[in-house]
Design a protein around this ligand. Structure first.
Ligand code: OSB
Ligand code: MG
Length: 374
């Protein structure tokens, strides 16, 4: 496909409520969207970098720089046939997976539109609904948390994930479990613990958690394998898993029993499918993580979640939990059974609200192939 133009926009989108993790609080998202125009069609992708480099080394500003200076010019001078060509096109740039994913995923969206199939179908998805869970941030009190959980369970969500950190863990789990003994409950530490906390982490086994997500260092496999040998609760790796090789290493070492797949963290749909396949072949369940995405990234997460190995409820939930006004139409909604229905129209399956996007845009850059001067 010929690339006519790549339009990068940074949108400012306030969250409906602050989201607190062990690494900080997010109130206002600064989201980069990539629009790739080709032969009359627009493909859209989202960069899931955070405002500050606290989840990974990427941030909105670092990704913007790499997209404008390096990745968009590289893509604009190529004619990819499919999203699967993008990792090769971007190979010279090390790291920066979230920036790369914004462009690669836009090409997958374009490809699905050109083929007249849904993105889910193009990826090889096998489901027409997906199971949804919620990730609940650290709250100002346990009472407050209990009321948030009550609200999410009433809405139908199938799994509750609690953000945790030292000082916001066992007491919280005790109160939640005594109120709801049977729900699917998990926790996510975002690397808040160290090996000296091993006995403390082993005490989490009392709460019948579905998993403990990324308890130790963001880049570690070995010490997670040591911890996993002492824990009955499955460890799920998020931050550590950057690609298929990491997936193989983690499984072989016994660092985890479950994997969280995030499109941005692994650099786009190609690598996400490779991670999924490697895990599924080895009997390791995966689920789709979230990064407080706008509707574009959310639509992509929904399509990814339809692959066969996504057997656990993901952190993919309704648009309204994040934003008063989402950039897609219809907004993502979740049924009383806690499911999202997969759209079957060509491409991402949700219309892009370009007027709203223009209003939310704080900076914008258009990249075209450099005209050859005779
Ligand atoms: O670790 O899964 C995480 C949000 C921002 C950064 C990291 C994470 C998260 C979430 C929220 O848990 C998932 C979501 O609801 O989008
Ligand atoms: Mg996580």
């Amino acid at each position: 496909m010929r690339i006519d133009a790549i339009i990068l926009r940074e949108l400012h989108m306030p969250l409906v409520r602050p989201f607190e993790t062990s690494f900080g609080v997010t109130r206002n998202r600064r989201i980069i969207l990539a629009e790739v125009q080709s032969e009359g069609l627009s493909g859209w992708g989202e960069c899931t970098a955070g405002e500050r480099p606290f989840f990974s080394g990427e941030s909105t500003d670092s990704a913007w720089q790499v997209l404008v200076q390096e990745l968009a010019p590289m893509l604009a001078s190529e004619s990819p046939e499919s999203g699967g060509d993008c990792p090769g096109i971007f190979r010279a740039v090390r790291g920066n997976p979230m920036a790369k994913a914004a462009l690669e995923n836009a090409i997958w969206d374009l490809e699905a539109q050109r083929e007249g199939v849904s993105l889910s179908r193009l990826l090889g998805g096998v489901r027409d609904t997906i199971a949804c869970g919620v990730s609940i941030g650290i709250q100002s009190s346990i009472e407050e948390l209990l009321s948030v959980i009550e609200h999410e369970l009433a809405a139908g969500y199938q799994r509750i994930k609690l953000k945790c950190k030292p000082g916001w863990d066992v007491e919280v789990f005790e109160r939640v479990r005594s109120r709801w003994p049977g729900i699917l409950l998990s926790c996510d530490a975002n690397s808040a613990y160290r090996l000296r906390d091993e006995d403390h982490l082993v005490s989490f086994d009392a709460f019948d958690l579905l998993m403990i997500e990324q308890p130790l260092w963001h880049d570690d496999f070995y010490f997670h394998s040591v911890l996993q040998r002492r824990l009955n609760t499955p460890i799920c790796l998020d931050e550590s898993i950057r690609n298929r090789r990491d997936t193989l290493a983690a499984i072989e070492m016994g660092s985890c029993k479950i994997i969280n797949v995030k499109l941005g963290r692994v650099g786009g749909f190609s690598e996400a499918i490779a991670v999924h396949n490697a895990a599924m072949e080895r009997g390791i369940p995966v689920w789709c993580g979230g990064m407080l995405e706008s509707g574009i990234g959310r639509a992509h997460n929904i399509a990814l979640s339809t692959l066969e190995g996504f057997t656990l409820p993901g952190d993919v939930s309704a648009s309204a939990r994040y934003f008063a006004d989402d950039v897609i139409e219809p907004a993502v909604t979740v049924s009383e059974q806690g499911e999202i229905e997969i759209p079957d129209t060509p491409g991402r399956g949700y219309e892009v609200r370009t007027d709203l996007i223009e209003r939310l845009t704080a900076r914008k850059e258009t990249i075209r192939e450099m005209a050859l001067v005779a």
